[in-house]
Design a protein around this ligand. Sequence first.
Ligand code: SF4
Length: 324
Amino acid sequence: MKYVSAGDIEKYAYCPLSWWLSKKHKVVSEGGVARHRQAEEELKDIAKKEKILEVYEKASLAISVTATLAAISGIALMYTGMEETWNSFFIILSFLWLYNSLFFLYKHSKVDSILKPRYEKVILISSIGAIILALISILLRIPRNPELGRFVEIVALLWVISANILFFHSLSVSEKLIEKKVRYMPLTGEIEYIGAAYEGEEIVSEKYGIKGKPDYIIRLNEDYIPVEEKSGDSEHPYFSHVMQIIAYCMIIEDKYGSPPPYGILKYRNRQFRIPYEEKWKKAVMKIRENILRDMERGEAHRNHRSKEKCATCARREFCPEKLI
Ligand code: SF4
C-alpha cells in the first residue's frame, strides 16, 4: 500500500505543480511554524492542567469525606455528658458547617455550567456533614473518651479547612484553564491528540492509504474531531484546506472506528465546521489517485487558470508555468 500524506493532498488540491515543486523546494513559513509551536505548548498546558484539576477534585472529595467521618467518630467518642462549653462548641461548629453549605449553594447558582458539577459535589459533602454534626451535637451527650474525642474533632476541623483551601485552589486553576481552553475547543471537549509542530506521531490509515498529523484532535462525547489551524485570515474555507481536513477525518474514521461528524478549519479570524460527507471523501480519493499517478510518471502540471492562485503561491519563484 502506498500512502499519501494529508499535507500533499492539500498542496495538490491547490495546484498539482505546486505539490510537485514542493518536493524539491521546501518553503517554510516562519509565522506558521511559530503559531503551531505556540498552539502545541498551549494545548499541552491545557492537558496538564486538566489532569491536575482531576487530582485536586478527587483529593478535595476524599479529604471532605474523611473529615466528616472523623467528626462523627469524635462525637461518638465523646458520646454523652459533654460539658456545656463543648456542647456549645459543637452546635456553633454545626451552624458554621451549615453556613459553609449555604455559601456553596449560593455560589453554585452563580457559576458557569462547566463548574457546577464541582460545586454540587462539595455541597453534597458539606450538607451531609452539617446535618450529621447538628444531629450528633444535639443528641449525643455521654462521652466515652472525651480527650480523644476533642482531639479528633479538631483534626476534622483542620481537615475541612484544608478541603476548602484545596477547592478554592482548584477553582482558580479552573478559571485559568477555561480562559485558555475556549480558544481551542468547546469547554466540554478533551484533547485527544496533539500533532501541531513536529512532535505528534503520524496517524496512518490502512483503509484509505492516507497518513498525516492533524494539528490536534478533540474528543466531544463519543466523537473525535480533527482541528487544523491556518496562519492567515479567510472569510471562507479554501478548497485545498477542505481536502486536507477531510483527509484527516478519513484517518480518524479508520483509527477510532467511527466517522467524525465534521472537521474544524480555523483561520485567524474565523473557523468553519466542514461536514464529513461522501462527496468530499471521493474528491480526496481522486486527488490521492492523481498524486500516485503523477509520482509514477514523474511530472505534474498546472490545472487552473487562476492568476490569483499564482500570485499567492509559495512556489511561484521556481515555477515554469506561473501565470503572473
Ligand atoms: S505559480 Fe501558479 S502554476 Fe505555478 S505552482 Fe504556483 S499556483 Fe501552480
